[in-house]
Write a new protein. Structure first.
Length: 331
């Protein structure tokens, strides 16, 4: 495997319910290994306290819905429009976990405002942000929004892909999660790789994601359910080296994912033999139709459409739910 990237686990402590940790470091693609970092800073929210504060799991819930949504962008201008924030909150509540891209801000305040609106409907969402979310200048970053009633994050697994060679304009954000409801020994656990490819370098960056996928899968945690999701900047027919990863498949085939309906850019990819929890259900949310918007209102809301896939809350899936063999990604 070419030495294209060095993966680093970077994080800081969770402050006021926001998740930023620093526990492990992964180095090397040819010889990937994990080594502990220093302990989390004093004042961090410990696992026991976080567990005690978890809301109850909805009764009878057997599946979770994971989505990716490029806000395109979420900036101060957009967050200042109550009607837009209300629409975004309405969409986010449809999903248990959303990988979001194109947050353009100097800190986490914009996401805090959005989460506050989402939770105004008696919900329990929180957010995972990258270590560099607080900056002195406006920059662009990705994040995860998740419903604490149905999803639990592993704080020791949050990191950015460290790319000292600058091959990624926006290094992917990685974090591991567990579905709530089943006993921990039976619950679906998975790792998400949140991608926002540079459209001008999409072919190069998407091919590099093959190395990222393998490195995350083989990092010593024994997690075989790796979901690579986000704005890939290309469709399922032009995945380059990523399409050569054994058993890789896409949740979406041939469906436009931009608001104007002109491009296929957003998707979820995973190993269909490993991730048997996939129920075979996936789709693209038509914001105009489902929210009753005009085209100008839809464009005002986001430039991309949410893309989603459904998974069993049980590790290995449940009989009768799992798709037999999703088609492989096009080469």
């Amino acid at each position: 495997m070419p030495k294209l990237l060095i993966l680093g686990l970077l994080a800081a402590a969770a402050i006021g319910g926001w998740y930023l940790w620093q526990n492990y470091q992964i180095e090397g693609l040819d010889n990937v290994h994990v080594k502990p970092r220093a302990a989390a800073p004093a004042g961090s929210q410990g696992p026991g306290k976080a567990e005690a504060e978890l809301p109850p799991v909805p009764a009878g819930k057997s599946t979770i819905c994971i989505a990716t949504f490029n806000f395109g962008p979420l900036d101060q201008n957009k967050i200042s429009k109550p009607q837009v924030v209300k629409r975004l909150a309405q969409v986010i509540r449809r999903f248990d976990l959303v990988a979001v891209q194109d947050v353009q801000a100097r800190n986490r305040a914009i996401l805090a405002q959005l989460v506050e609106q989402v939770n105004a409907d008696a919900r329990h969402y929180n957010v995972v942000v990258p270590p560099d979310a607080d900056q002195d200048v406006v920059h662009q970053y990705s994040a995860f929004l998740f419903d604490r009633a149905t999803i639990q994050v592993d704080p020791s697994t949050v990191y950015l892909v460290n790319d000292p060679a600058g091959r990624f304009r926006r290094p992917p954000l990685v974090a591991s999660f567990r579905a709530r409801g089943p006993d921990a020994s039976q619950a679906f656990t998975f790792t998400l790789v949140n991608v926002h490819a540079d459209p001008e370098r999409a072919a190069v960056e998407v091919s590099l994601l093959a190395d990222v996928f393998r490195a995350v899968r083989d990092n010593g945690r024994n997690e075989d359910d790796i979901l690579l999701l986000g704005d890939l900047g290309t469709d399922e027919r032009h995945l380059g080296q990523l399409a050569l990863v054994p058993n890789i498949t896409c949740a979406i085939f041939g469906m436009p994912t931009t608001t104007r309906g002109t491009e296929i850019s957003d998707n979820l990819l995973f190993d269909f033999r490993a991730t048997k929890e996939f129920t075979g259900k996936s789709g693209v949310v038509d914001l105009m139709r489902e929210l009753g918007l005009s085209m100008p209102e839809t464009i005002e809301t986001a430039s991309h459409l949410p893309v989603w896939a459904e998974f069993s809350v049980y590790e290995g899936g449940q009989t009768g739910q799992v798709a037999e063999s999703p088609p492989p990604a096009a080469r």
